[in-house]
Design a protein. Structure first.
Lengths: 109, 275
């Protein structure tokens, strides 16, 4: 009985997660630059970030403020979930090309 | 070139500290240092495999393969460190003062010796696997930019050299300490490291949306910024994160608390023996 109740709770949690709408945003990497370099996302909301690397070389999306770090191979794309974020600016950079690959996620109400 | 130095130094710093501490541990227990050779071969080979199959790994499991692989590697390293910590915890209160070396011979202690060597090989090999794979990927990118390859390689060698030099300095500082003193330092180091690695597992699972979290519990970036040298060093030593989420803190505690309980239990048993 207890197991059945647990399974029902678990199933409802999974379905609520899959049904929940997560807004998607795309960032492209071209010539070791992020486009757009400033991305506005809703504050206090979990967000799905799709990072498309159009360069032939790999890049590492990194942000201390967002607490995220992911290698994106050349010509590949990656999905990174961020947030919910309080309103404010959250810088990110490409660890392999930190001088040029710079950007900001701006969380707005 | 400076970018390459900093990136490779960041990647090798933690591995260098781990290798140093485990090599000093071997010296303290009179264990031959030759286990480092299979550990390095294992680490470099597995890192090459991870880099070679980076596209396939990244695409696996609906694009979450990289995070799951990292999380698994972190988990295995934590298990290896926990085994080492549990063994040395049993010696923390039994080793006499001022002794510079001890020998793990006889009965169960001898099996501990084999477990220590095996765990060290796994810990070093798997720590290197993840860190060095990123270096392969980074340097591999310069094959498309041949004019930048040489400065990147030079920077890489300098970064590696600095990381190794730091390891050598720490080795010679610690190798002359007493066994008891060193074991205390090693236990604290392993405890923080396990906590930090466990927090990294949470970070991987948050990144792929497998776990949810509210905002960070605190923000100490004004005190110690993760970009700074101190932040980098603290990250390597204790898994420092200036803005951890609640889930990360729970993961940190779940690795640290069992180790604290183990040391408390050994302290309590040691006291009972004396009574």
């Amino acid at each position: 009985m207890k197991i059945r109740v647990l399974l029902i709770i678990l199933a409802s949690l999974i379905s609520s997660v899959s049904i929940a709408e997560v807004p998607e945003f795309t960032i492209e990497i071209r010539d070791h630059l992020f486009f757009p370099s400033t991305l506005v996302v809703p504050a206090n909301t979990k967000v799905k970030l799709i990072v498309v690397n159009k360069d032939p070389t790999p890049e590492e999306f990194e942000s201390y403020e967002l607490n995220r770090e992911k290698v994106i191979m050349g010509g590949a794309k990656a999905v990174i979930f961020i947030g919910p974020l309080k309103p404010g600016d959250y810088p990110f950079f490409g660890e392999f090309n930190p001088k040029t690959a710079q950007g900001v996620i701006r969380a707005q109400q | 070139m400076v970018d390459a130095i900093l990136l490779i130094l960041r990647e090798v710093l933690e591995a260098s500290l781990v290798i140093t501490m485990l090599m000093v541990m071997s010296r303290k227990f009179s264990i031959a240092l030759n286990w480092i050779i299979p550990a390095l071969i294992f680490g470099v080979f597995s890192s090459w495999l991870l880099a070679h199959f980076a596209y396939d790994i990244a695409d696996a499991l609906e694009g979450t393969g990289q995070e799951w692989t990292n999380a698994l590697l972190y988990l295995w390293v934590i298990i290896a460190f926990m085994l080492i910590a549990a063994i040395i915890a049993s010696l923390l209160f039994r080793v006499p003062d001022r002794v510079k070396h001890i020998t793990l011979n006889g009965g169960s202690i001898k099996s501990h010796r084999n477990l220590l060597v095996l765990s060290s090989i796994f810990a070093v090999g798997l720590s290197l696997a993840r860190e060095v794979a990123e270096i392969w990927v980074y340097l591999g990118g310069f094959l498309h930019q041949p004019d930048l390859l040489q400065p990147a390689l030079t920077g890489g060698v300098i970064g590696l050299g600095i990381g190794m030099s730091l390891g050598v300095i720490i080795y010679y500082i610690l190798v002359f300490s007493s066994v008891r003193g060193f074991l205390r330092i090693l236990f604290i180091f392993l405890t923080f490291l396990c906590g930090g690695l466990s927090m990294q597992i949470a970070k991987q699972l948050l990144q792929i949306g497998f776990l949810d979290s509210a905002g960070p519990l605190w923000d100490t970036s004004n005190i110690v910024n993760e970009h700074s040298w101190l932040g980098e060093l603290l990250y390597a030593l204790i898994g420092y994160d200036s803005t951890p989420s609640a889930v990360q803190v729970i993961f940190y505690c779940s690795a640290v608390i069992p180790l604290l309980l183990i040391v408390l239990w050994n302290w309590h048993s040691g006291n009972r023996r004396h009574v």
